[in-house]
Design a protein around this ligand. Structure first.
Ligand code: GDD
Length: 356
């Protein structure tokens, strides 16, 4: 009898955690996630796949824990006995990491160390190998050293978040070399979707745009519009995580589209989709500037393409459109021919024609 594959995911309530859970459940995995206790519900991204654990065929299970709590991580690992662990949990907002550097480092750097330690001891005691995925970030490249960025480009982190990710990256390599752990680093460039957190710039823009179209908001305040990012589609990126853990040997991979676009270009396409001129709505607020910025990210994913047979499937323009559409739909609005949106209310259908 083959043993069912069992995954443990930190950060399961986030954008990537939810897409990865869906992906693994479709592949027949039993999925376990660690969630933090909060005073408000934080599981909306996974509610649609969650089943009461008393159900006979339940395949998704949640455990309370926190990356800063080593004892609990160890206990959950022992209870679940996963075949794969995906470490996606973090204080992942770069700007916020300047305000809360110690918490960011605790969750990102020390959290990864706690998990690696727990896996190392489990493997030593049971002789069973757990495959480990570490969510690395293109933020680690920071100040431009090389274009495009590859697995061998030197890191030059520019925020507490990025410094902590660099530590987690090297600690993962160190445990691979020192204790023979099957541990991989994915160096993922920015990846977005309708499930992206509302304070990251792409979702902040598409959500505000929908509210502007609906007449609920007049202005959108942003920081630096000239920075450039390599933006891909999150659903494509979680597949790359899984592929890394299915290889014969552990390794590190850049995951990116190979294209870079500025925040201005994102605004242009998003507002253009509903025929609005972003200049009329976007205002500057220095609150959203970072004390040190990462100006340009563009990744070379040749290694992932060659060895994992991985490809991004969504173009930049399509990504922007699908995010705008999702936020419009969230407010009951539907884009038609680029000019018209239809507002579906409980009692009637109202048509709004957007200005040309
Ligand atoms: N969040 C935000 N960013 C803004 C704003 N205005 C301009 N920006 C600029 O938009 C760019 C992207 O910002 P974010 O969307 O916050 O993402 P990030 O800092 O690039 O970090 C994301 O990607 C990393 C991978 O490279 C991830 O590791 C990280 O967790 C996060 O998801 C940055 O240069 C930021 O200065 C604003 O109002 N809010």
């Amino acid at each position: 009898m083959t043993h069912r594959k069992r995954a443990l995911i930190t950060g399961i309530t986030g954008q990537d955690g939810s897409y990865l859970s869906e992906f693994l459940l479709e592949k027949g995995y039993e999925v376990h996630g660690i969630i933090r206790r909060t005073s408000t519900f934080n599981t909306d991204r996974i509610d649609h796949i969650y089943e009461d654990p008393h159900t006979l065929n339940a395949k998704l299970f949640l455990h309370y824990g926190d990356l800063t709590d080593a004892t609990t991580l160890r206990r959950v690992l022992e209870e679940v006995q996963p075949t794969e662990v995906y470490n996606l949990g973090a204080q992942s907002h770069v700007r916020v990491s300047f305000d809360s550097p110690a918490y960011t480092v605790d969750s990102v750097a020390m959290g990864t160390l706690h998990l690696l330690e727990a896996i190392r001891d489990y493997q030593h005691r049971t002789d069973i190998q757990i495959r480990f995925y570490q969510a690395g970030s293109s933020e680690m490249f920071g100040k431009v050293q090389e274009i495009p960025q590859t697995e061998t480009t030197p890191f030059y982190p520019r925020s507490p978040y990025a410094c902590a990710k660099v530590y987690a990256h090297w600690q993962t390599i160190n445990y691979r070399e020192a204790y023979n752990l099957f541990a991989c680093n994915g160096i993922l460039f920015n990846h977005e979707s309708p499930r992206r957190g509302e304070t990251f710039v792409t979702r902040k823009i598409t959500r505000a745009l929908a509210r502007i179209v609906a007449g609920q908001q007049k202005k959108l305040y942003l920081g630096n519009l000239d920075t450039k990012r390599d933006w891909g589609y999150a659903k494509d990126y979680v597949k790359a995580m899984w592929l890394m853990l299915q290889q014969d040997a552990p390794d590190d991979y850049v995951v990116a589209t190979g294209e870079t676009h500025s925040v201005k270009e994102f605004l242009e396409i998003a507002f253009g989709y509903v025929n609005l001129d972003w200049h009329e709505y976007v205002a500057f607020d220095e609150r959203y500037l970072r004390p040190a910025e990462v100006d340009l990210l563009i990744g070379d994913a040749s290694k992932a393409k060659q060895l994992l047979d991985w490809q991004p499937s969504v173009s930049f323009e399509t990504l922007v459109h699908l995010m705008v559409e999702a936020d419009l739909k969230g407010l009951g609005l539907i884009p038609l021919n680029g000019h018209t949106v239809q507002l579906v209310t409980d009692t009637a259908t109202v048509r709004h024609t957007m200005p040309m």
